[in-house]
Design a protein around this ligand. Structure first.
Ligand SMILES: Nc1ncnc2c1ncn2[C@@H]1O[C@H](COP(=O)(O)OP(=O)(O)O)[C@@H](O)[C@H]1O
Ligand SMILES: [Mg+2]
Length: 355
């Protein structure tokens, strides 16, 4: 690799979080530019890849390109029209949130092409995106979390049992989504039906879980085999819960407290559980792990893991590293190094079989 690695930033994507990705990518490309040559590759909402000129990601435009799922092509981006090879990035950085980006699909293509890429592999990305699978892996690892049930389709008998078992209020969520889309808090039996309708409109699998009255604390994890945890930060939503608008609306007055005002014991517990959650799904490179800190009991519960967390320079993930002594450009350089290290290790694995 050249002294200035050539990094292709994949951004946009087919998910509902396309716009969030545009914002993350603008910051990532800017931060990478200090130590890397940056190539911007927009994935349009319709799924077409476009290689853009210049180091700044734009919401539209660029030459249509493709990456062949063929290792002998060594990661070339080829012009869609005539398959001419335009450029060969050293590392791919999928700054993509949600389905078709953070869920193992793009990671699968990058694996087939045998190129180094930032972040979690196929299985970890898919497991972390699917809240039902994620919770099953957390349970297996013995991590504390709220009680929950998984529904696969509308089934009135089962739905009644779920409410009897969990009690009210509950939270209802589509299994595979993010940014709080179609997540609702259900305070009464009457409201359950509409919440399920909304969630099932987005996924065939829905998670119902006990609501807790809790503070929301997050920690950033960085590394491959020896993952490290940042200082924790706290989210103080400006409304009943941390919904889509309190995350992204321009008038949102949600506060981020960095570091979170916690005693040493809670801080250490959260950092330890953050690393354990990272290992439970077998993540790589980076992840943000989100917690509930129950107000009445002080119990720490793991809520979820995000393998490609929001990445603008004012997002929680990089700000927690900044507060832990790792500035934004250095954090990005570390992620690129982790990507090449993971790739080199995987390339040494045997793929043949014989005595
Ligand atoms: N069991 C719960 N108890 C209390 N609040 C919850 C619960 N589940 C979710 N929430 C609220 O909803 C928000 C979004 O839920 P989350 O599971 O994190 O989905 P997403 O992946 O969309 O971020 C949380 O940040 C929190 O404010
Ligand atoms: Mg969340």
């Amino acid at each position: 690799m050249s002294p200035r690695p050539r990094v292709a930033v994949l951004f946009g994507g087919r998910s509902g979080e396309h716009e969030v990705s545009l914002r993350s990518a603008a910051s990532v490309a800017g931060g990478l530019a200090q130590h890397h040559d940056v190539l911007c590759v927009l994935i349009e909402k319709a799924g077409r890849w476009r290689l853009q000129s210049g180091p700044e990601p734009r919401p539209s435009g660029g030459e249509p390109v493709f990456l062949a799922p063929d290792p002998t092509d060594r990661g070339a981006l080829r012009r869609f029209a005539d398959a001419a090879s335009l450029v060969r990035p050293d590392v791919y950085f999928p700054v993509l949130h949600g389905p078709y980006g953070e869920d193992g699909t793009v990671q699968g293509l990058l694996d087939l092409a045998a190129v180094p890429y930032v972040g979690a592999g196929v299985a970890a990305s898919a497991a972390a995106m699917d809240k039902a699978m994620m919770k099953a892996l957390f349970e297996r690892a013995g991590l504390p979390q709220v009680s929950h049930r998984v529904l696969f389709s509308r089934d009135p008998a089962k739905e009644r049992t779920v409410l009897d078992e969990l009690g009210l209020p509950v939270f209802v969520k589509p299994a595979n989504l993010g940014s709080s889309v179609a997540v609702s808090r259900v305070p009464t039996t009457d409201a359950f039906d509409a919440a399920l309708d909304q969630a099932f409109a987005y996924d065939h699998k829905v998670v119902v879980e006990q609501a807790v009255d809790a503070r929301e604390v997050e920690v950033s994890i960085l590394g491959n085999d020896a993952p490290e945890a940042s200082v924790p930060g706290e989210i103080v939503p400006d409304r009943e819960f941390y919904d889509y608008d309190s995350k992204y609306a321009p008038d949102s007055s949600t506060d981020l407290l960095i570091p979170a005002p916690l005693d040493d014991a809670a801080t250490e517990e959260i950092r330890r559980l953050g690393v354990a959650a990272f290992r439970a799904v077998d993540a790589s490179g980076l992840a943000r792990v989100d917690f509930f800190l129950e107000r009445s009991s002080g119990r720490v519960l793991v809520n979820e893991i995000n393998t490609m967390p929001g990445f603008t320079d004012i997002s929680m993930y990089p700000r927690l590293w900044e507060a832990s002594g790792l500035p934004y450009p250095e954090l990005l350089a570390r992620l690129v190094t982790l990507a090449t290290e993971r790739h080199a290790r995987r390339a040494r694995l045997r793929t043949d079989y014989g005595p």
